[in-house]
Design a binder for this molecule. Structure first.
Ligand code: FAD
Length: 471
């Protein structure tokens, strides 16, 4: 008998429940495990997936192929088309003796439809499908209010989440041992294309990625509470690209954190507690996305804010995208995104707030731009982050609270080191002047401010109060 593991956003051998289950089943019926990955470039483009994220994915799949080969598992890498055609691809794939398919469940709408189609197809042929809820640490539906509803606010969600965690801990599945025999009679397909190598700064071997996460938990997490807000400091884990495509599981992060940090995980404001909290945010936004499919259809969580008439000035949007707004911290952040595909969390908050509340551009424009550039693009986290910053989401910042980009810069990049790194035009400016370099005149080569922060506030308040009054 043949057991097929379909890899999607769980591109790893350690802590992979689908792989683990396929192995157990194959051991029980003297069968064999094989694996498939289907590239779906058309769907990725429709979802605005950044080229660098696609490249990371393709590089990772190639690395996974050789890691699985060490376990005697052949990985067939198919260049498919889109999610809608996956059922057709799987149908063409079915090898003789296939008894079951194993995969990790995904919660976006089109992904769910894809899996329903595959389930239906395989059922017709008496092939079992086993879907596993491992994308979140606590699966959706397991952290609910006393009335059985989904939490719409983070703090009580987190409290309940932690109570569950205290009770259950987390479990990670061991990497399987090499299987004794392998399967060679595989169908041939259009071979998966290579990426453009734009993500080459990010290692893709599973062992290296695990090591990066372990080192963070050993050496950096204790300082995370203070360091995580400083973009010039390498104080966060930078595992987001790996969590997004599943080279790592969030469960592995928690298990390692628990091992290294011990009881300090329970001390409020300790680095370990704060880092755990970020991983809980990740769960929270995924639970919310599944419970409110309107989010995937580009709707605001707070419905009345969809009535806001955003001015959407295209020239201002372009200045923001290019890092030419004349606000150094915003521009440095956008250039970091454009040049590296990653942006520090504090800067994601500052740039998002600036786009919406200073430039009065619909948050969806920024959400899509981020998606098209981020190596860690993840619908739930990105949408959650944007709606939070725009005051349209779940725990949203109140709309009248507006980040001041200059004071944020003074506070979180006090020496201006981060700005200097990405804006060479300002390299000669002192720590005092760099946050607002326009006095007495804007330095040559740098953009003049596109708006005056102290004047835009009134417009933001008017845009929001117009729709809030209609409630
Ligand atoms: P750490 O600080 O080391 O945190 C560890 C992990 O926790 C992260 O890798 C991530 O998986 C998770 N995490 C941390 N913060 C958040 C958060 N606020 N929401 C959900 N999960 C979180 N994160 C993405 O993974 N993909 C995105 O597309 C994305 N878009 C964002 C857009 C905006 C406007 C904002 C404000 C935040 C966004 N985030 C996104 C969340 C956060 O900025 C990144 O997860 C973080 O910067 C990644 O760096 P790190 O791995 O060093 O994080």
């Amino acid at each position: 008998s043949v057991h097929l593991v379909w890899f999607r956003h769980d591109l790893r051998c350690h802590d992979n429940e689908a792989l683990h289950a396929a192995f157990n089943a194959a051991a029980a019926d003297n069968g064999v495990v094989i694996a498939v990955f289907i590239a779906t470039a058309k769907s990725w483009q429709q979802h605005h997936m950044a080229a660098i994220r696609q490249d990371l994915l393709r590089r990772r799949v190639k690395a996974l192929e050789s890691e699985l080969a060490d376990l005697n598992i052949p990985l067939v890498m198919v260049e498919g088309v889109d999610y809608a055609s996956c059922a057709k691809t799987i149908a063409a794939f079915i090898p003789k003796g296939l008894v079951a398919l194993y995969a990790q469940r995904e919660y976006e709408v089109r992904e769910q439809q894809r899996d329903e189609q595959v389930s239906a197809l395989l059922q017709q042929q008496q092939i079992d499908c086993h879907w596993f809820d491992r994308l979140c640490i606590m699966p959706p539906g397991s952290v609910l209010t006393q009335q059985g509803d989904v939490y719409k606010v983070f703090t009580p969600f987190k409290r309940n989440w932690l109570a569950k965690y205290a009770e259950q801990g987390v479990h990670c599945f061991a990497k399987p041992k090499p299987q004794a025999r392998t399967f060679t009679d595989l169908p041939t397909f259009t071979v998966m294309q290579e990426g453009d190598n734009s993500s080459s700064a990010w290692p893709v071997a599973e062992a290296e990625v695990l090591q990066q996460m372990r080192l963070f938990c050993q050496q950096k997490v204790q300082d995370y509470t203070l360091q995580r807000d400083l973009p010039a400091v390498d104080g966060t884990s930078q595992v987001s690209p790996y969590l997004a495509i599943g080279v790592l599981s969030a469960q592995q992060c928690v298990a390692r954190l628990q091992l290294e940090a011990g009881a300090s995980i329970w001390q409020e404001k300790s680095g370990a507690a704060v880092w755990l909290s970020e991983l809980i945010w990740r769960d929270f936004y995924k639970h919310i996305m599944l419970a409110f499919p309107k989010l995937i259809k580009h709707k605001a969580f707070q419905a009345e804010t969809d009535l806001i008439q955003w001015p959407n000035n295209a020239a201002l949007f372009e200045a923001w995208c290019q890092g030419k707004t004349g606000y150094p911290i915003v521009d440095a952040a956008m250039r970091q995104l454009n040049q590296t595909g990653w942006m520090h969390n504090r800067l994601r908050m500052i740039t998002a707030s600036f786009l919406v509340k200073d430039l009065h551009i619909d948050w969806r424009w920024g959400e899509q731009y981020f998606m098209s550039k981020l190596i860690d693009g993840d619908f739930a986290a990105n949408n959650g982050g944007w709606q939070w910053a725009a005051s349209t989401g779940t725990d949203a910042a109140p709309y009248f609270r507006i980040f001041n980009p200059v004071t944020q810069s003074q506070r979180f990049d006090a020496n201006g080191d981060f700005i200097r790194k990405f804006i060479p035009e300002l390299a000669a400016k002192s720590a005092k002047d760099i946050h607002w370099p326009h006095k007495p005149i804007t330095p040559k080569g740098y953009a003049a401010p596109v708006v005056a922060h102290d004047q835009v506030r009134k417009i933001t308040l008017a845009l929001f109060s117009a729709v809030k009054n209609q409630e």
